[in-house]
Design a protein around this ligand. Structure first.
Ligand SMILES: CC(C)(COP(=O)(O)OP(=O)(O)OC[C@H]1O[C@@H](n2cnc3c(N)ncnc32)[C@H](O)[C@@H]1OP(=O)(O)O)[C@@H](O)C(=O)NCCC(=O)NCCS
Length: 177
């Protein structure tokens, strides 16, 4: 029996799922690098940040569902290039997350491909995505979608041991596997 994997635009009525999924993504990314919730995540309070994304014509926020139940989300933002590239915009995937127990069945792929299709409808043909260094899972996922690395961010902190990562790999919370 095949399962139904779909993606749809999120609305303000999905706030419960969005905040729950975001907190899990935040925990997973923070375990890889402590700067993620400070620089790469959403502004707090995240409910207000999600509402802004939902209302912003340059943002796309989708939920990924299995049999109609939300198990992942993806956030993309349309960004301009430099001034000498007038009118050219990049569809940047800022974050994507799928619940641990729903991984590797195509939820991420359906969300990524739907987001890119929606961006293409509004004239985008360039796409970026944000991946933490050493995060092979996310790198593989984007490579499978035809992405290749074009930039990395070097980081230094005077107070937090330079730019070192805390842990190279995410350790799932006990009992979640
Ligand atoms: C990255 C992530 C979104 C992938 O979601 P997913 O639903 O498991 O991915 P899919 O099942 O759609 O897989 C799509 C492709 O990605 C690759 N992929 C996904 N999981 C993989 C894994 N564990 N190992 C190797 N490749 C993998 C495969 O090429 C796969 O294609 P295939 O099914 O034809 O082999 C998910 O693992 C996740 O939420 N990770 C934590 C959050 C994160 O890292 N986000 C990115 C930065 S914000």
């Amino acid at each position: 029996m095949s399962i139904s994997v779909t993606a749809r635009l999120a609305t303000s009525e999905d706030m419960f799922f969005l905040t729950d999924l975001y907190r899990k993504l935040e925990a997973e990314m923070s375990a890889i690098h402590p700067m993620w919730p400070r620089a790469d995540g959403l502004d707090e309070p995240i409910e207000a940040a999600f509402l802004t994304c939902i209302e912003d014509p340059d943002s796309l926020l989708l939920l990924g569902e299995i049999e109609g139940y939300p198990l992942g989300f993806i956030l993309g933002r349309s960004r301009p290039l430099l001034a000498h590239e007038p009118g050219v915009r990049v569809g940047a995937i800022q974050m994507v997350f799928v619940e641990l127990e729903a991984r590797e069945v195509g939820v991420g792929e359906v969300m990524r491909d739907t987001l890119m299709k929606d961006f293409r409808r509004t004239g985008h043909s360039l796409f970026d995505s944000h991946v933490l260094p050493g995060h092979r899972l996310a790198k593989n996922f984007f490579e499978a979608g035809g992405f290749a690395a074009r930039s990395i961010i070097m980081h230094h902190s005077d107070t937090e041991g330079g730019g070192r990562r805390i842990r190279a790999l995410y350790q799932p919370p006990p009992g979640s596997e």
